[in-house]
Design a binder for this molecule. Structure first.
Ligand code: NDP
Ligand code: 2IT
Length: 443
């Protein structure tokens, strides 16, 4: 299997799709040996088939602001691969959204969902709509207009969207409300729903909790745990919040959070009331990081990333390519032992290479943030059965799924010296299940 040749062809077919090509290269480089050892994959042309989405849907989303001015955004749904289950993956509302970013996210989602062991295919969608500074009614009208198109393409057995950056409980509510009006159905067609109308306990915290459970498993392999460890986290959205809560529960100290404009360093630790304070700001659509620095008298590092702070563990939980080679060098020089990705593809390929060369515990997002979609899968199960599980039951299942993903990464990623390359492990384990299903199903 010639990765460079495949990538050249793919670049010609998908010019300028930088993030998509980055995500594909990483997977292909990891699976070369497995593909070469299994000629049936090349015979059935699985690689060409898996890098091409089943369907790319792009649609117009017109909406009116509170003054009656009309705007148009682009809406997308990438239905990438449904070999092992209905398409499943989040929706992102952010001005940076474009085809390349959603294709990278959809492609990653195939392998992530496979790792959860639940029957879910890979998809992603969203819009270049910017929810920042919009009123509730503007958000609602946008979501309703978005669903006017999206509802034709989704269904509980076909495609089940959820949240991602800029899409949380409020947006899922407005989207689901419109879906119900259009289809006359009360089904599990979206996940991340409110508890009163079909949602699952623990889904809001699940990605962050799962991320920390995964890091805990990695630490265990070195006889360590979170107690007394200093943890740097980026972002302060859905994922970062859940991760911060769980780190505190396990006895670690979170010393940073960040936004696109900079980070705060709080050496006393970010916990309890400080987290509640930020949640209040977030609920009212306000900036979090700068106000936090005023409220608690800590420094705001404008235009900087938290990776320059001395920490034992780093949890990048904001966005793609937010941790580059320079950041990786700083983390390594400061004695960081573990980098566990809460976001999707937050580390650049050069940063990952440095982590692996220096034998740091490093987990890629597709393994370490799979707790979110796994708990979405558990929400789908509860919806199908028309039952609600207790928080304890969902959390126990989530924990077990994260432990199993860790074991799969060990199985396929451990080298002869005992070092675990979690990138390789996650990509091989995720790929094998989907590729074998594709063989079974024919083309
Ligand atoms: P949210 O919108 O809830 O939060 C995103 C956070 O990241 C916000 O604090 C935001 O700050 C910050 N942020 C956004 N862009 C940047 C940037 N360029 N630099 C620094 N900070 C930035 O999104 P989620 O927490 O849901 O998602 C975060 C990451 O986790 C994404 O990569 C997503 O794909 C991934 N993920 C999410 C899952 C989920 O269940 N929600 C599941 C698995 C992965 P601000 O609000 O100030 O813009
Ligand atoms: O990237 C992700 O895994 C998510 N945004 C969650 C997807 C989901 O369907 O819950």
């Amino acid at each position: 299997m010639n990765v460079d040749k495949i990538m050249n062809d793919l670049t010609k077919k998908n010019p300028g799709e930088v993030e998509f090509l980055q995500a594909v290269r990483e997977v292909l480089e990891s699976i070369v040996d497995v593909v070469e050892a299994n000629p049936q994959f090349e015979e059935a042309n699985i690689i060409d088939r898996i890098v091409e989405p089943d369907r790319v849907l792009i649609f117009k989303v017109p909406w009116a602001d509170d003054k009656g001015k009309i705007y148009v955004n682009k809406g997308y749904r990438i239905q990438f691969n449904n070999a092992i289950g209905p398409y499943k993956g989040g929706l992102r509302f952010h001005p940076s959204v474009n085809l390349s970013i959603l294709k990278f996210l959809g492609f990653e989602q195939i392998f992530k969902n496979s790792l959860t062991s639940l029957p879910m295919g890979g998809a992603k969608g969203g819009s270049d709509f910017n929810p920042k500074g919009k009123s509730n009614t503007e958000i609602m009208r946008f979501c309703q207009s978005f669903m006017m198109e999206l509802h034709k393409m989704i269904g509980p057995e076909e495609d089940v969207p959820a949240g991602d950056i800029g899409v949380g409980g409020r947006e899922i509510g407005y989207l689901y409300g419109m879906y119900k009006r259009l289809t006359h159905e009360h089904t599990g067609v979206l996940t991340g729903k409110g508890l009163n109308w079909g949602g699952s306990l623990v889904r809001p915290e699940a990605t962050g909790f799962g991320n920390v459970y995964f890091a805990e498993e990695m630490l265990k392999t070195k006889g360590m745990n979170f107690k007394g460890k200093t943890v740097a986290i980026s972002g302060f959205g859905n994922v970062a919040w859940g991760a911060a809560l769980k780190v505190n529960q396990l006895g670690g100290k979170v010393v940073t959070i960040s936004g696109p404009d900079g980070y705060v360093y709080d050496p006393e630790g970010i916990s309890g009331k400080k987290i509640d304070y930020m949640l209040e700001l977030r609920a009212s659509n306000q900036d979090i990081v700068r106000p936090y620095s005023f409220e608690y008298g800590v420094e705001f590092h404008e235009g900087k990333r938290p990776w320059e702070v001395k920490c034992d563990i780093a949890l990048p939980c904001a966005t793609q390519n937010e941790l580059d080679a320079e950041d990786a060098k700083k983390l390594i020089a400061n004695g960081c032992i573990c980098v566990c990705e809460g976001a999707n593809m937050p580390s650049t390929p050069e940063a990952i290479e440095l982590f692996l060369e220096n034998k740091i515990l490093f987990a890629p997002g597709k393994a370490a943030n799979a707790g979110g979609v796994a708990t979405s899968g558990l929400e789908m199960s509860q919806n199908s059965m028309k039952l609600n599980w207790s928080a304890e039951e969902v959390d126990t299942r989530l924990h077990e799924i994260m432990r199993n993903i860790h074991s799969s990464c060990m199985k396929y990623g451990k080298d002869s010296e005992g070092y675990v390359n979690y990138v390789k492990g996650a990509n091989i384990a995720g790929f094998l299940k989907v590729a074998n299903a594709m063989l079974d199903l024919g083309f």
